[in-house]
Design a binder for this molecule. Structure first.
Ligand SMILES: [Zn+2]
Length: 280
């Protein structure tokens, strides 16, 4: 397979080319230089690093990984109202629906995340640059441990102390780091397509998620703080902020899912181009 980039032999990059690490536009710079923003070799952002030139099986893993994660989120979206309904109706047999969809969610997102973060076999970039993959995987395992421990705690009832509950909450919070990490991870892949619109949309979803979560935790702290101060106006205000940010999770999740559908399409298109190049 030869390098098909037309601009690699030029003395300077003649078209818009985002840096693979930070997204800085490398246009006008020499191909053998370094990114002025993050010092990444410019060469990494050129031809051979293009996503469609990556390993065929790896590209296939990316597409399948995103596909599993999307269906996992669908299962989670069904599980939430199902859990609320079961809690209200209190017919034990109905619990099959939220428990079943919960298990489906865990299995599909775990499988999907694992596939998405598969190491690239022929990466032109050193592996230490891919440490984000490990952060995502470790956070995923920790959050799964938190869920299992949480279920066991629920069964054990009042025997366990507050410390253990705090441990469970902290373990489950690693899911937030995992999901935000996934967005940063796929954004790097979008720069390799390169697809500027997809990069921009990913940044928007990422920042909206960070702001929503930040406001949620802030409201949570304010509720606790206002409670100790006994200020009624502050308690009410913090309560409203917490409700609003809780409800904002659903549209953000749908927006995130829509973005992942876009990624699945992009990964499949890259895999198709890759197959065409291979067969030439
Ligand atoms: Zn850069």
């Amino acid at each position: 397979m030869t390098d098909s980039s037309p601009h690699i032999a030029e003395s300077e990059i003649s078209r818009d080319t985002p840096c693979v690490t930070c997204g800085y536009n490398l246009r006008g710079l020499p191909p053998d230089g370094r990114c002025p923003e993050c010092d990444t070799p410019i060469d990494w952002s050129l031809g051979r690093y293009r996503l469609c030139l990556a390993d065929t099986n790896w590209l296939d893993s990316l597409g399948r990984g995103v596909h599993f994660i999307i269906w996992g989120i669908v299962a989670a979206i069904i599980a939430v109202p199902a859990t609320i309904t079961c809690a209200l109706v209190d017919v034990w047999i109905l619990w099959i629906v939220p428990v079943g969809t919960g298990i489906v969610w865990a299995v599909l997102t775990t499988r999907g995340t694992w596939l998405l973060t598969t190491p690239e076999p022929t990466s032109p970039i050193p592996e230490e640059r891919h440490s984000l993959r490990w952060v995502i995987r470790v956070c995923m395992m920790l959050s799964l441990a938190g869920i299992v421990l949480g279920v066991l705690l629920g069964r054990l009832g009042g025997i366990t102390g507050q410390v253990l509950e705090l441990v469970v909450t902290m373990l489950m919070c690693t899911r937030v780091i995992q999901n935000l990490g996934e967005l940063v991870y796929v954004r790097r892949l979008a720069r390799r397509v390169p697809d500027a619109d997809l990069v921009r949309s990913t940044s928007r979803v990422l920042w909206t998620a960070i702001i929503t979560l930040g406001l949620f935790f802030l409201a949570d702290a304010l509720v606790a703080g206002a409670g100790t101060l006994g200020n009624a106006v502050l308690i009410r205000g913090a309560g409203i902020l917490k409700d609003v940010t809780s409800f904002a999770v659903l549209p953000v999740a749908l927006w995130y899912t829509n973005l992942l559908i876009w990624y699945e399409r992009v990964f499949k298109a890259a895999a198709n181009v890759n197959l065409r190049i291979q067969s030439q």
